[in-house]
Design a protein around this ligand. Sequence first.
Ligand SMILES: CSCC[C@H](NC(C)=O)C(=O)O
Ligand SMILES: [Zn+2]
Ligand SMILES: [Zn+2]
Length: 418
Amino acid sequence: MLPDQDGPSGGGGTQGVKEDPAVSLFREYLQLKTVHPEPDYDAALKFLTRISEELGLPMKKIEVCPGRVVTIITWTGTNPAVKSVLLNSHTDVVPVYQEHWKYDAFAAVKDAEGNIYGRGSQDMKSVTIQYIEAIRRLKAAGKRFPRTIHLSFVPDEEVGGHKGMETFINHPEFQKLNVGFALDEGLANPTEAFTVFYGERNPWWITIRCPGSPGHGSRFVENTAAEKLRRIINSFLDFRASEKQRLDTSECFTLGDVTTVNMTMVNGGVAYNVIPAEMDVSFDMRIPPTVNLQEFEEQIKAWCAEAGEGITYKFAQKFMHQNTTSTEDSDPWWNAFSSTCKAMNMTLQKEIFPAATDSRFIRAAGLPAIGFSPMNCTPILLHDHNEFLNEGVFLRGITVYERLLLTLASVAPQKGEE
Ligand SMILES: CSCC[C@H](NC(C)=O)C(=O)O
Ligand SMILES: [Zn+2]
Ligand SMILES: [Zn+2]
């Protein structure tokens, strides 16, 4: 029995009404604790094995790194030689601050309005179940398509994808999938519109080390680490302010169109009265695909040189691929995607994803990928407290994928495919 909200309105609008089995499955999946830092991936594997049996579709498990398994469920098309459609989702979720949640973040409570609360309800366990349910419905209706559809369930997206999609994309088993087009996660949209992502900003995580002269905390020592650190911080944060200004004063820019810079860590020092020999500062930067990355790094070098002698930097993350996916009407995949949405009277907002998802590895491999989570009329709550998705929005999303798969898996073979 799945928990509904307690109290006089417990279950609310849903009381006495039998819950859609797709909603029950979604709530069951939300209860699996695939949460970092120690995700219960075994529970997800067991769940997906059951799904593969229910759907009557074969499943493959590929251990890309020790303890990190990518699961593939495949619905082979009538023309398996042509390229496939990949429906990708990650199985892991980010941790919660339980004390800030209205309900247990892993109880999948549904309130009187039909809002389903749980870590992963937006990011992205909803999408996983929507893919599965769309396939279930299409199969039950006796449909077949020329193109093969693969569902991939990958670990570790939330910690950078290195032991997940980044490794899988270079694995021979990925090549065997013969992917032509991929769908992956997007973001909710608070309005009636749906956001679709055709590219991502490049994540660069940098630590800058400022060496300096040590000495007694009571003196005016020359050339201290802190003075250099201050100049570095000023350069980065002045740039941050100018980019924010550009975003705030432009009608057509979204977050994905400007560079964000955030100072996220500062380290150094051993005692109040000892001037340190070095201090470090770290920044999370997100750079739009239109920016020249070589020039941007030259700018960073110049800021370091201007800040003083001996400053060095190291990247913890430096993604260099800038591929975007075509959203031209002449592109067969985009045409299939967008015309299906149009036929369903959905308004699409095309954007660059502000953060990083596994789509970046798919695009870096030269494949088209669209980031899309069919969650309109929904506040953006990924990684936030009280993440929820309304069951009505969730159920409508299944219909959206059903219609999308009808057209995407039937896109006519392109030149060189047969
Ligand atoms: C760069 S690897 C970290 C990935 C993470 N993704 C999301 C969606 O939060 C991020 O953008 O910070
Ligand atoms: Zn995600
Ligand atoms: Zn996430």
